[in-house]
Design a protein around this ligand. Sequence first.
Ligand code: NAX
Length: 330
Amino acid sequence: MSNKPLRVAVTGAAGQIGYSLLPRIAAGEMFGADQPVILQLLEIPVEGPQKAMKGVAMELDDCAFPLLDSMSLHDDPNAAFGDADWCLLVGSKPRGPGMERADLLKDNGAIFVGQGKAIDENAADGCRTAVVGNPCNTNVMIAANQAKRLPAENFTAMTRLDQNRAATQLAQKAGVQVTEIGNLVIFGNHSPTMYADFQNATIGGKPVTDVITDEAWLKEQFLPSVGKRGAAIIEARGLSSAASAANALIDHVRDLTTPSDKVHSIAIHSDGSYGFAEGVWASMPVKTTAPGTYEVVHSGFDQNDFGQEKIGLTNDELVSERETVSDMLS
Ligand code: NAX
């Protein structure tokens, strides 16, 4: 094993996504079977989460993962992001009962101001950051805005869980394996306004709309069901998605570090493609051109009036989130 270990910082290490995610990173599922990793774990400076993070680290030790070079545990983002090649920002404050979305945006925004600064000052040159903590599109914008040393393109947010959810729902409706679903992309915000673009997706190489001819189901059941799947999981499990979210982050980073023609959904710094406002972080189709580097895919995703309207709505929400946190952007 001759590769130099990658330094991977993970926030929210004692949380439920962290518990599903960390063993899979240490097992090589994110960065490859010949890539050792150093895990730099961050939790809030509070006794309970710090103690729980130690317990997670003990379990990782007990797995004796050959690829886990070492671990360090932190309560300070400056130390946790030191020389990090990847920062996986999972931890954030959950929405409490009666809390307005604007309050959630501002409370979490403050976390991502601090973490963006800490990444700017401490992470490796070329560090890539992926944000999971919600509201992830706006949180990543805030962090990137603080980290001027690094290009905005190095900051992404996760919509892969939404893509995976949508793929399975289409496959189940059509009665085929999920591997038959192609060209399926999420546009916009990781929120119920997202648009799972079934009109350009394929099933067994044919347009979805040729295989699933029930347009009312696609528009009135499929789309809301993908957008509200997180709430349905909470209703069923009493807890939010964790194993599927960790799995989606594995997919997100693995596909972003593996150059190929495969199209996947990630929320990126908008250059105005697909009509998104410049400078918001919007999910759209990309393909990976070099490890950690992507380009927006333009062909194959033409939008009719319905698609344009949906993209317009999710863009409006992203713009309004940006306005809510404007005092955190310089
Ligand atoms: P948990 O509440 O189980 O864990 C979050 C952990 O983050 C806690 O241990 C907490 O102490 C820690 N934390 C909070 N602020 C921190 C900070 N400033 N620095 C370091 N650690 C901090 O939540 P979990 O289920 O793991 O979910 C984590 C985040 O993922 C939430 O914001 C959640 O909304 C978001 N999700 C995003 C998804 C996506 O598709 N983008 C889907 C799944 C998930 O809902």
